[in-house]
Ligand binder design. Structure first.
Ligand code: ATP
Ligand code: FE
Length: 355
């Protein structure tokens, strides 16, 4: 089974070709075109600019993915596309592109939940068996999910305000670092002393797996202002120490909440300890290491996708699409783009178009 995947829900335009032989996936091509330069002057993703850039680049990405794989449209068995959640204009560009290809070739069309793409990535990259506990931690989301199967997601906790990726991006902005903030803050943090500035560990005093990250921003601004007042400007070392302090607070919260989520997970799945992390923030080396430590405490199998497949890509969309397709699910030309689309037990049928 060979699928084209298309992704355009945020600021990456992506196309990929993935082949599934039995249970074994192979990524034949994964093309990702970022839009950082386009949004850089505005200090954040501008939805209209993103939608337009997607519309311009999608065809090129698809052509390139086909070229890299050495396949033609005739060699494919279907087209999978992110149908949400995300910036609506971008998602619409992708859905329209996929519909065009499906209509032109007669290939089946499968709409995919972007979050399901992230959530199934540990299976795509590491062949992790179900069930597993997943920390999905990205630019717009942060949640613990028990992944029982390709369409069985049970949410057992998550952020009550910002997502960590968003917090990394804001931190970069506040400290004058480039976007996307995650990699920039991580690089600074490597040179910094995490203990110098005090950052809170929100909600650790409360039971459960819910998290909060918006307070870190306030702490950051306060610490930055104090450091600047003292030095008459933001010193390089101050910036590095602030990044290190911030990152370590995020890592501490994620690790402790993962421990609690793991206990909950183990009550339900005592025979199969497994924990995986996915989403853009999973690309953070320090955070990966902390979660690997939690896995070790439980003697659990641990999976973290390669960095390139943590952030947005279309390989995960092709893979998730093939899982739906195999169960006989597909969409028609009435597939719609959805800005919001939760991923949990209460919405299993919503993995696709709402059938
Ligand atoms: P969502 O998947 O929730 O819709 P998204 O698609 O925008 O959001 P992803 O592409 O999965 O998010 O992740 C992007 C986010 O990951 C950005 O906020 C970015 O700063 C963050 N990120 C990327 N690399 C790192 C890193 N090394 N450390 C921390 N954060 C990172
Ligand atoms: Fe994403």
């Amino acid at each position: 089974l060979t699928f084209l995947g298309i992704e355009s829900s945020c600021d990456d335009t992506a196309a990929a070709i993935v082949r599934l032989t039995g249970e074994v996936p192979e990524i034949l091509a994964s093309v990702v075109a970022g839009q950082f330069e386009l949004h850089a002057p505005y200090g954040g993703v501008v939805p209209e600019i993103a939608a337009r850039a997607h519309a311009e680049k999608l065809d090129l990405c698809v052509e390139e993915a086909l070229a890299v794989s050495g396949l033609g449209l005739a060699d494919l068995d279907g087209v999978a596309v992110t149908a949400g959640p995300g910036l609506i204009g971008g998602v619409m560009s992708g859905v329209m592109c996929a519909k065009g290809i499906a209509a032109g070739t007669g290939l089946p069309l499968v709409g995919v939940n972007h979050l399901a793409g992230h959530a199934l990535t540990p299976r795509l990259t590491d062949g992790l068996d179900y069930p597993y506990l997943l920390l999905l931690v990205s630019g717009g989301h942060c949640q613990f999910l028990i992944v029982g199967g390709p369409e069985a997601f049970t949410r057992i906790g998550g952020t009550i305000d910002d997502a960590p990726g968003e917090a990394f991006d804001k931190t970069a902005k506040i400290l004058g670092l480039p976007q996307p903030g995650g990699p920039a803050v991580e690089a600074e943090a490597r040179q910094g002393d995490a203990k110098r500035f005090h950052f809170p560990r929100p909600l650790l005093d409360r039971p459960g797996c819910d998290m909060s990250f918006s307070g870190l921003k306030t702490a950051l601004v306060r610490a930055r202002d104090a450091a600047m007042a003292e030095a008459g400007g933001l010193l390089r070392q101050d910036r590095a120490d602030l990044c290190a302090g911030f990152q370590s607070a995020v890592a501490d919260v994620l690790a402790e909440k993962a421990r609690r989520a793991m206990r909950l997970y183990m009550e339900r799945n005592p025979a199969r300890p497994a924990i995986a992390v996915a989403g853009g923030v999973a690309a953070n080396t320090a955070i990966r290491a902390r979660l690997q430590g939690v896995a070790a405490e439980f003697g659990a199998e641990f999976a973290a996708p390669p960095l390139k497949l943590c952030t947005d890509n279309a390989a995960m969309i092709a893979f998730a699409g093939m899982q739906r397709f195999r169960r006989g699910e597909r969409d028609g030309m009435d597939l719609t783009a959805r800005p919001r689309w939760p991923l949990d037990d209460h919405a299993p049928a919503m993995l696709g178009s709402g059938k």
